[in-house]
Design a protein around this ligand. Sequence first.
Ligand code: SF4
Length: 478
Amino acid sequence: MSSIINFRRGNAYETLHFPEDAPTHECGIFGMWAPQRDVAQETFFALVALQHRGQESAGIAAAAEDGLHLYRATGLVGDVFTPEIIEHLYGHAAIGHVRYSTTEDRAGDALNAQPLMIRYQHGELALSFNGSIVNAAALRRHLESLGSIFQSSLDCEVFAHLIARSSATILEDALQEAVAQVQGGYAIIFLTADRLIALRDPHGIRPLTLGMLGGHYLVSSESCAFDTLGGSYLREVAPGEMVTISAQGLQSRQGLTPAVPPSLCAFEHIYFARPDSDIEGVNTHFMRKRLGAALVQEAHLEVDVISGVPDSSISAAIGYAEASGVPFEMALIKNRYLGRTFIKPTQEQRELAVKLKLNPVRKLVEGKRVLLVDDSIVRGTTMRYIIHLLREVGATEVHVRITSPPYRYPCYFGIDTSARGDLIASNRSVEEIREAIEADSLYYLDIETITRLMGNEGLSLCLACFNGNYPVSVPGSH
Ligand code: SF4
């Protein structure tokens, strides 16, 4: 997540963007089929639980006897929806979306908020999408040449047009045709008047989970939304599976395309997911603790204090502290009340932003050898500032341990890591990165350790941003 503040300079107000040194651009999706329940209100609560996956816009579409009702806007979930809007979104089923966006896809543009909604020959259809379609541009050109008119710059809109143009009379058949043409990493939930359909790309790159609430079905990017509603985890939507939920219950179509090896995004457990979520049945907090403990086995050294970069690295730092016997301390305190927008900052503004966002606790750090655990280093700028801050308040040594391998290659499956040239690890050795961030020592977990630890839990991973082996071939990536 990126953070922004507005501040006054002379007579003018400027906006300051503090980019996290971590991958961004995720989305969160949710759906429920629950006649006799207040589906919009409960979808609202679920979206609040998924807010960490996207803060630029939020939306809900609800299905009622008089058709689909949609509301979406830019902003946080709690700001977008009022009680009056929720009341308007009555019905027997709903889907929701929270979105993170980049400047490239017109951040803040309400047209790119989701769910998307279309009216086509078989009625109304809304969809919530998480991920990326790598051949979207080619599909869009082809569809436009056939007369399709796109209403947004979202690549997932090609799904809507492929469905609208299909001659299939059953929606599931039209979707299966679309899946055969679309390449990428995605999870989608569709809503019509009489069904809710959840599907996951054949590699299962983005997560999608089924839950239950009072005998009704729920679908979510992460299981923390089920816990929030008082529901329970049922199972994952399998890679390449399409699940239909309707008055007839739950039906599944497996193997929408020929089978391919599953490739769950490794960063879901490392960074994106909430620690209280189970992804593919594995709890994220416990997985991060295991990653932290692995760092102790591989590269421990004598220090006085273990700390993590809030929030996503706290679980791993606790795991490191438990395994090493060195106390865990909250050496960095995060300011949670910064707003968000986008503007390119100057160097001076970046330093100010880091100070506003993360403040070291002088009494914990002064005169101490500090070991800092983080989940990733993308550009390296923020980590360097954090190390400066710790030294400024008296840390005698600052050592950095990272619970992932060096982030060397861009992601094409819905995660914004900027161009390869911006990635600090794209053309530097670990020692050169250590020098650049000015740490006393630096160690990354290697790909084998990640594969072993997550593989022991039955996870088969996409590791492309570490090794460049993309599970789906990406046009123009080489
Ligand atoms: S390339 Fe990296 S961030 Fe992108 S899906 Fe694969 S593991 Fe996740």
